[in-house]
Write a protein that binds this ligand. Structure first.
Ligand SMILES: Cc1ncc(COP(=O)(O)O)c(C=O)c1O
Length: 473
C-alpha cells in the first residue's frame, strides 16, 4: 500500500512538472468541448476502486485539454493571478500536512503562520497594525465577512443586537454602493439579508469612480445605520474611488466604510502606485485577494477589519470543545465563517517570504507597465479605441472607431472570436457602460514583455482580418 501511494505521489509530481514546463506554449484556452470532457471523464458511479497511480493518470489525461491557461503567461481575460510556483509548492505541502486550520489547538503551525502572514499583510498594505484579518476563499467572502462585521456594528450603535435578534424588526440599514461596484458586493449583501436591490446606487464617472457630490447628497437624506461600500480597482478600468473624501463624509454620518480591493488594494504595496489609494487607510474594512496580485494558488482572500471586536462578534461561535474568544492565541476560526478549512496562511507566508516587499512592488509595477505597453500598441492601430486611462493593470477596448455603436459591438465580438481562434493569447468580452468591450488584464507573475508583444501582434492581426471583412461573423 505504501508503495502504491508513493507511486501516486510520483505520478502526480511528474504530471505537475510537465504541466509547469508546458505553460508557456500550451493553448491559453481549453481545446475541447463540454461533451468531449464528459466523454473523457465520465464513468457510471464506480463500484470498485482503482489503484492510486491509475486514478492520477486517468484524471490528468481526462482534464488536460480542458484546462485554461490561467497559470500561464498570456491569459488576459479575467483578473486571475498565475498561481506562483512557490505558492504551489507550499500548497502541495499544505495538502500533505493535512492541517485543519480552524483553531490553534488543531494546528499550532498553521495558526502561528497565519498570524505572522496577517501582520506582514498589514505592513505591506500600510494598514493599521491592530486590524484583524480572516483568511477567506476569496474577495467575495472577504467582503461578506467585513460587511457582516459592519452590519453588527452599525446596528449595535442603533441599539439593536443583530447577532442575537437577526434582522427581524431591526432598524433598516442604509447601504450605499457605487454604480460600478463588482457583482461580488451585491452577492455579499444578499447573503447578509441586506438585499441587493434595496441599496442606494451612487452614480459614477466614466472610469467607474463614485461621484462624491452624489454620495454626499444621498447621505443627507439617510437616517440611521449606514454602510458605504467603495472600490479600489474597478474590474474593467482599474479605477479607484476618491477614498479620502468618501471616508470623511461617511464618518461624518457615523457610517462604516468598506472597500472592495480584490486586486486594487495591492497598489498600496507598490510605492509608485500608492498615491492611487490615498485615504483608503481611513476605511473601516477592506477585502482583498491573495490569489490575484499576490499570486497564491487558489483559493485565498483576506477580510481585514479595523474593529477586531466587531469582526469577532460577527464570526466567532462557541462550543464546549472549542477555545473561547479572548484566549492567549489568535484563533483563526474567529475571523471567518468556517471552522474546518485549508491552511491558507502557509502559501501567503511563503509568497511574501519569497518575493519580499521589493519583489511584490516590482511585480505589480511591471504588470501596470505591461498593460500600458499593450494599450499603446493597440492605440497606434487605426480603428482601435481604449476606453479608459490606463492607471493600473486593466483596460477595455473597442474595435471599429467611428462606426455606429451596434456595428462597433459586432466588430469587437468578431475580433475577440478571431483572437481566441488564433490561440496566442486569451481575451474575452464584457459590457462596459452599455458597450461590448474586450477587457484586458495583466496580473500573472509569468507574463513578460515578449508575451505582450506576441499577443499584441495577434490582436492586431485579428482586428485587421475583421476590419477587412475576411473574418466578420
Ligand atoms: C473588484 C472585485 N471584487 C470582487 C471580486 C471577486 O473576487 P473573488 O473571485 O476572489 O471572490 C473580483 C474578482 O475579479 C473583483 O475584481
Amino acid at each position: 500500500m505504501q508503495d502504491e501511494y508513493r507511486a501516486a505521489f510520483e505520478q502526480a509530481y511528474g504530471f505537475a512538472l510537465a504541466f509547469h514546463d508546458s505553460r508557456g506554449h500550451r493553448s491559453p484556452a481549453a481545446t475541447v468541448s463540454f461533451d468531449e470532457l464528459w466523454e473523457a471523464l465520465y464513468v457510471p458511479t464506480p463500484d470498485d476502486g482503482m489503484a492510486a497511480p491509475d486514478v492520477i493518470k486517468q484524471l490528468a489525461a481526462g482534464v488536460d485539454a480542458g484546462l485554461m491557461g490561467t497559470a500561464g503567461p498570456r491569459f488576459f481575460a479575467k483578473v486571475i493571478g498565475g498561481s506562483h510556483p512557490v505558492g504551489v509548492a507550499v500548497d502541495w505541502m499544505t495538502s500533505m500536512w493535512g492541517q485543519n486550520s480552524g483553531s490553534y489547538l488543531a494546528s499550532p503551525a498553521s495558526a502561528v503562520t497565519e498570524q505572522i502572514a496577517a501582520a506582514w499583510l498589514l505592513d505591506l498594505l500600510s494598514l493599521p497594525t491592530n486590524c484583524s484579518i480572516g483568511f477567506t476563499t476569496g474577495a467575495t467572502m472577504a467582503s461578506f465577512v467585513c460587511l457582516a462585521a459592519a452590519r453588527g456594528k452599525v446596528l449595535g450603535q442603533a441599539g439593536w443586537n443583530a447577532d442575537a435578534e437577526g434582522l427581524f424588526g431591526a432598524p433598516p440599514v442604509n447601504v450605499c454602493v457605487g454604480n460600478d461596484a463588482h457583482a461580488a458586493i451585491f452577492a455579499a449583501l444578499r447573503y447578509l439579508g441586506l438585499g441587493h436591490d434595496r441599496v442606494l446606487r451612487i452614480p459614477t464617472d466614466d472610469a467607474g469612480r463614485m461621484e462624491v457630490a452624489a454620495l454626499s447628497s444621498a447621505l443627507a437624506s439617510c437616517y440611521g445605520p449606514l454602510i458605504v461600500i467603495a472600490q479600489a480597482g474597478q474590474i474593467n478600468t482599474g479605477a479607484f474611488d476618491p477614498f479620502d473624501e468618501i471616508a470623511d463624509i461617511v464618518h461624518r454620518y457615523g457610517g462604516w466604510l468598506h472597500v472592495d480591493g480584490a486586486f486594487g488594494l495591492w497598489a498600496r504595496a507598490c510605492p509608485t502606485l500608492m498615491h492611487l489609494t490615498a485615504g483608503i487607510e481611513k476605511a473601516d474594512s477592506w477585502a482583498t485577494d491573495g490569489h490575484k496580485w499576490l499570486q497564491t494558488p487558489y483559493d485565498c482572500g483576506y477580510a481585514i477589519v479595523r474593529d477586531a471586536d466587531a469582526h469577532r462578534h460577527a464570526m466567532a461561535y462557541e462550543a464546549s470543545y472549542l477555545p473561547a474568544a479572548g484566549g492567549e492565541c489568535r484563533e483563526p476560526f474567529h475571523y471567518v465563517p468556517e471552522l474546518s478549512r485549508r491552511a491558507r496562511g502557509f502559501a501567503t507566508w511563503a509568497l511574501i517570504r519569497a518575493l519580499g516587499r521589493s519583489g511584490i512592488a516590482d511585480m505589480i509595477e511591471q504588470h501596470c507597465l505591461l498593460a500600458r505597453r499593450m494599450a499603446e500598441r493597440l492605440t497606434s492601430e487605426a480603428g482601435v479605441e481604449i476606453l479608459n486611462q490606463v492607471e493600473l493593470n486593466q483596460f477595455v477596448v473597442q474595435f471599429g472607431t467611428g462606426e455606429p455603436p451596434e456595428r462597433r459591438d459586432q466588430l469587437t465580438r468578431a475580433t475577440i472570436e478571431r483572437i481566441q481562434i488564433a490561440g496566442t493569447c486569451y481575451v474575452a468580452g464584457a459590457t462596459w457602460h452599455d458597450r461590448l468591450v474586450m477587457r484586458f488584464s495583466v496580473i500573472s507573475w509569468a507574463t513578460t514583455e515578449e508575451d505582450i508583444d506576441r499577443s499584441a501582434d495577434s490582436i492586431v492581426a485579428a482586428w485587421r482580418q475583421v476590419n477587412t471583412g475576411i473574418a466578420l461573423c
